[in-house]
Design a binder for this molecule. Structure first.
Ligand code: PRX
Length: 641
């Protein structure tokens, strides 16, 4: 590593002076995690009734704030109006086409109340799961909060996912309602979303509510499809928030695991809100006058915790942007920061690397002096990108919080506290107060400097409460490898001599493509779904901007022969079944795949081959070692072409 990349960056004095958290005493306080979180729960959240017990540990199940009563939408909206902040902006939304919509807390409250009544009028009851399949439009948080208001868990499906992905998730969740839109804009193109939704819900007994955004012609099916704006016109403006139990389900979020089908991660109301609000306040150090912008899509956990629940639970003003960073020009983001005087920016390494590649001039043409804190999430940030972000975007004034967490954790787990932590570029630094983590392998905790797997050893309030209808899978994925009480993250990590955590990416069969999680098994099953494919193996290969991309090995069925057309067709097939993020970067047609004697595909070897590594390791235990040389040769020929 270059010398500058090993530099340690102290929090600037001016930042420390005003920071919520200025010294390390919070870590000491966190040693008793029950009392630590109980205190946060009192400070951050308004409860209708206080809990009887802070934490009930029954591994692998944990319950927080048991007996406590609250409502998430009340905490995100009503209480700010009651405290006299009703005219403060909650969201400034900017469409890719430049359209702007602003919502004060009062206005957002009104929309949420009305939509909560719309849902009720359509028959949605407390406990019914509602799917939301919307792009980045204000109706997305409005719909989520309306669900929370009436106690109907939401299940947001990222709008970029395919019709089949929507159907699978709705079926698994037993959802009878979906909120969607006609179309939306992406790089100036109008994307037809309604037709995709129709394909997804074809033949299902469901109702859909359609937001008008694109203005494109759509087919509305009588008795099934309803226009959002028509239902809203007639809706009453008051809907009393449902009194929810702390452990009632707030939402499901489907995410990729080691199997072909995504799993429904369950998050409950009380603990999740306490975790999201506490980290929002301490990690982003938000103040009343901040303008905060998280560039993630609300369809992922980052958007749930740090565009919707975290910021609103603190009464923050947030930016929400519909489009891509480089449309119409590569300075779109920097223009937005200047225009709205954004003070906190939270984004992903893949976007940082992309902006870095476009050149400093796009950043430098804007006045970014409003920025005071920068954040990163989604994948390891390489020191080079970290330093660029620090220097070119933050002008060496803004601390960077590199936050490590996952869908399952609901909130930041390993992260700096910007007024306290000395930063090392590329390290997510230390576990948040109240949380303990270690790096282990089969032999136990590994010594400093050595690679192992990251394990979280204390419960935390926003932790997942299980996988929807999948107890065995829950135990197998998270609590089997190192046992109960040691949450298995599936990430490789190193703790250095100073106790800093360095995250190394996923260790198993899960990829991280531009900050999006993708199971290799999902891509494989999409490939095998095509009539020409007998067998497929998918591995992640390094990519300059996206971090990782899927690369596929395909064995064809008899009667099919390799061709560029077939390759294109297969790539298109994966995109159709899962979504564009899952598209293999390339496909290599092979006669066979390397397998162990028990028939398991050796992806480890395939990964090394596809990444161009020369040291493949021992292949003698394989059933068919000769295939490794053959693939090696084919890959070389192929790359030389
Ligand atoms: O590999 C880690 C990576 O993202 C995974 C979680 O993905 P997902 O559930 O989609 O949530 C992403 C947003 C929280 C983790 O297992 N990851 C996330 N943040 C970081 C990271 N890897 C390194 N550094 C991070 N800051």
């Amino acid at each position: 590593m270059a010398e500058e990349q090993q530099q340690v960056f102290e929090p600037p004095e001016s930042f420390v002076k005003n920071a919520w958290i200025k010294d390390e005493s919070v870590y000491k306080e966190g040693e008793d995690y029950r009392s630590f979180w109980a205190k946060r729960a009192e400070e951050m959240i308004d409860w209708y009734e206080k809990w009887d017990e802070t934490l009930v540990e029954d591994p692998p199940y944990y319950k927080w704030f048991v007996g406590g009563k609250l409502n998430a939408s009340y905490n995100c909206l009503d209480r700010w109006i009651e405290k006299g902040k009703g005219d403060k902006l909650a969201y400034i939304w900017e469409g890719e086409d430049g359209q702007v919509r602003k919502f004060t807390y009062k206005e957002l409250h009104k929309e949420v109340n009305k939509f909560a009544n719309v849902l009720k009028n359509l028959g949605v009851k407390k406990g019914d799961v509602v799917s939301i399949y919307l792009p980045m439009v204000p109706e997305l948080p409005i719909a989520m909060l309306a669900c929370a208001r009436i106690g109907a868990p939401h299940s947001v499906v990222f709008a970029g996912f395919s019709a089949d992905s929507l159907r699978d998730r709705m079926t698994d969740a037993g959802a009878k309602y979906v909120i969607t839109c006609d179309g939306y804009f992406r790089r100036g193109k109008l994307i037809d979303h309604k037709t995709k939704t129709d394909e997804g819900i074809e033949g299902m007994d469901v109702k859909s509510i359609v937001v008008r955004r694109g203005g494109n012609d759509v087919n509305m099916k009588e008795g099934r499809d309803y226009w959002w704006h028509e239902l809203m016109e007639k809706a009453d403006e008051t809907c009393e928030p449902e009194v929810m139990d702390a452990e009632d389900l707030l939402f499901l979020m489907y995410t990729s695991g080691t199997t072909g089908k995504p799993k429904g991660v369950m998050h409950t109301t009380g603990g999740y809100l306490v975790g999201a609000a506490t980290t929002m306040k301490w990690v982003f150090d938000v103040k009343d006058d901040d303008v905060y912008w998280c560039t993630a899509d609300v369809g992922w956990i980052t958007g749930h915790s740090y565009i919707v629940y975290g910021p609103l639970a603190l009464g923050v003003t947030s930016i929400m942007y519909e489009g891509t960073p480089d449309y119409p020009k590569p300075d779109r983001w920097w223009e937005i920061i200047e225009k709205y005087k954004v003070s906190i920016l939270y984004t992903a390494p893949t976007a940082i690397r992309m902006c870095m590649k476009k050149g400093d001039e796009w950043v430098n043409m804007h006045d970014l002096s409003s920025l005071r804190l920068l954040g990163s999430v989604g994948e390891p940030i390489n020191p080079e990108a970290w330093l660029w972000y620090y220097r070119v975007v933050g002008k060496e004034r803004c601390p960077i919080v590199d936050t490590w967490w996952m869908t399952e954790t609901g909130m930041h787990i390993i992260t700096p506290l910007p007024g306290v932590t000395k930063l090392k570029p590329g390290s997510a630094t230390f576990p948040f107060p109240g949380i303990k983590a270690e790096v282990r392998d089969e032999n136990g905790v590994v010594p400093p400097g050595q690679k192992g797997e990251l394990v979280i050893t204390t419960p935390w309030p926003a932790m997942l409460r299980g996988l929807y209808h999948a107890h065995d899978k829950y135990v197998e994925e998270y609590w089997s490898k190192y046992g109960l009480g040691k949450f298995y993250t599936g990430d490789g990590a190193i703790i250095d001599e100073d106790g800093y955590f360095w995250l190394l990416g996923r260790v198993g069969d899960v990829l991280n493509v531009a900050g999006h999680r993708l199971g290799t098994a999902e891509v494989e099953s999409a490939l095998v779904d095509h009539p020409s494919v007998a067998e497929a193996a998918v591995v992640g290969v390094p990519h300059e901007i996206k971090g990782q991309v899927p690369f596929a090995y395909v064995v064809l069925r008899q009667g099919y022969s390799p061709s560029d057309e077939l390759k294109k067709e297969l790539i298109g097939h994966v995109s159709k079944l899962i979504g564009p993020t899952a598209r293999p970067s390339d496909i290599l047609f092979v006669d066979d795949l390397p397998k162990t004697r028990s028939g398991k595909i050796m992806r480890r070897i395939l990964k090394k081959l596809a990444s161009g590594e020369e040291q493949i390791g021992d292949t003698t235990t394989l059933q068919n070692p000769e295939i490794v040389d053959e693939i090696h040769r084919e890959l070389k020929d192929y790359l030389n072409k």
